[in-house]
Design a protein around this ligand. Structure first.
Ligand SMILES: Cc1ncc(COP(=O)(O)O)c(C=O)c1O
Length: 464
């Protein structure tokens, strides 16, 4: 039986995703014509030729001015920007009476808006999972500065999921009447664990506002904001459909907007500001969160990208990614050196249950010693395979996965000369003997069986 036949026997639903093969051949042909094996979809999605053409068409046919006016070219830009805004809500099934959208440069920009504006104060709390992107971790600096308590919910090995009892105990820490914010990723960018969306209502009932980081989840999963209603949802559009870069959004519940106090005002965020009167009035809704002129020539490409995903179908994308991830895990986890030592150790779940399409591993030689992830990346580069290595800006999950303890970190951070400066190489030396990173292989919308087979054959080449 050929490997493809074995694959289809094990993952029969993959065949239903054949329309995506056709789309790849027509709309992403440069992927195969250049011989690239792209396996970094969690880093960034890929765009279809047609998205670029449709966007170019809009730009070449219209005349667009700064939307802060009401002249005809300005109105033309406003029309496209507001159309895209409405489309974002529609795509995520968010009721416009309930949710608003502010355009940001990326997910980190959306997270910073929440961090700098949330009313952290003594008695209040910022609760977050160990498993979080640094742009969510970074919010703790606003919480610290304003005297709120910061608590991390730990992860359990080997799957890097959160212990529900522990979470329930942490959620009981919210003080009534205080402002409490709970943040977690719908899907981890390290282990690809999908954390339960049921936590949203549970946390809200316990007195928390909920920030759901959807950056790694949205590209391959249906996010239904009528079914689950987080208060703040940051995301980056280039991760969902590749083009354009430089745009993200903060989707925010309208009834929580009043809680966010911008620390400054800027062009576009006020109704009235006075120099002599030393006073300003913030605009209502999303306008208060969009500093200066929005990226009005690129924002129309968001609607084009979302329509592209809708035409393919997010559930079909999800199923394709599940099948390919399953095949990748099935094959990678059984590879062993002649000594019997397994080739990889997977950080996170080894089946497709409640996990997404990123597989994070370290490789080991026949003696069981870890191979430096940078060497794996260099070897993959030589075969035109694009992977991601390092800790993917998720130090909490990385520390748990790699067994780096609090004590070891304290020793590093308090070492002479390391009060204010620590390079990555210093850090490597400091936690000598332990890996400081891993290799992430992430499958996405237009990945196919051949991509996975090319990677598996690369991995087999590392066996001794
Ligand atoms: C889960 C998660 N959150 C936030 C971000 C930040 O996204 P950006 O770098 O586009 O701001 C990323 C990026 O990889 C991510 O994976």
């Amino acid at each position: 039986m050929s490997r493809q036949t074995q694959f289809l026997a094990r993952y029969p639903t993959y065949e239903q995703t054949a329309p995506i093969d056709k789309i790849r051949a027509e709309d992403y042909a440069r992927l195969d014509s250049t011989g690239q094996v792209y396996l970094d979809y969690t880093g960034g999605g890929l765009y279809a030729d047609s998205q670029v053409c449709k966007h170019q068409d809009i730009l070449l046919r219209g005349v667009f001015g700064n939307p802060h006016s009401s002249n005809p070219t300005s109105m033309a830009a406003t029309c496209l920007v507001e159309g895209a805004r409405e489309y974002v809500l529609r795509f995520f099934n968010a009721d416009p009476a309930e949710y608003d959208v502010a355009f940001t440069p990326n997910a980190s920009g959306a997270l910073k808006l929440v961090g700098e504006s949330y009313p952290f104060a003594p008695g209040g709390h910022y609760l977050l999972t160990f498993d979080n992107h640094n742009s969510v971790n970074g919010i703790r600096e606003f919480a610290h500065a304003k005297g709120a308590q910061v608590t991390y919910v730990p992860l359990c090995l080997p799957d890097l999921r959160v212990d529900e009892d522990q979470l329930t105990r942490s959620l009981s820490l919210a003080k009534a009447g205080a402002d409490n914010l709970f943040a977690f990723p719908a899907q981890s960018n390290f282990s690809s664990v999908k954390h339960p969306l049921g936590w949203i209502a549970k946390a809200q009932a316990a007195g928390w506002d909920v920030l759901l980081d959807a950056a790694a989840f949205a590209p391959t999963n249906r996010l239904d904001l009528a079914a689950h209603k987080p208060d703040f949802v940051p995301l980056s559009f280039y991760k969902v459909f590749g083009y354009p870069t430089g745009l993200g959004a903060l989707i925010v519940r309208k009834d929580k907007l009043h809680k966010l106090h911008r620390p400054w005002f800027a062009g576009g965020t006020i109704t009235v500001a006075s120099v002599q009167g030393d006073k300003y009035y913030l605009a209502e809704g999303h306008a208060a969160f969009e500093d200066g002129t929005v990226d009005y020539l690129n924002i129309p490409a968001i609607e084009i990208g979302l329509r592209h995903i809708e035409a393919i179908g997010i559930d079909l994308i999800n199923e394709r990614v599940r099948c390919l991830t399953g095949w990748l895990l099935d094959n990678l986890t059984v590879m062993k050196h002649s000594t019997g030592v397994p080739l990889v150790r997977v950080y996170g779940p080894t089946d497709t249950e409640s996990r997404g399409g990123a597989v994070t591993v370290n490789f080991f030689n026949a003696k069981g010693q870890a191979i430096d992830h940078r060497d794996i990346e260099s070897a993959a580069n030589r075969e035109n395979i694009s992977l991601r290595t390092g800790c993917f800006c998720n130090p909490g999950a990385g520390e748990v996965a790699l067994g780096i303890s609090r004590v070891e970190l304290d020793v590093c951070f308090n070492g002479p000369g390391h009060e204010n400066r620590l390079t990555l190489d210093d850090f490597r030396l400091c936690i000598d003997g332990k890996s400081t990173g891993a290799v992430r292989i992430s499958v996405g919308m237009v990945s196919n069986f051949d991509d996975i087979e090319r990677f598996l054959s690369f991995a087999r080449g590392l066996l001794h």
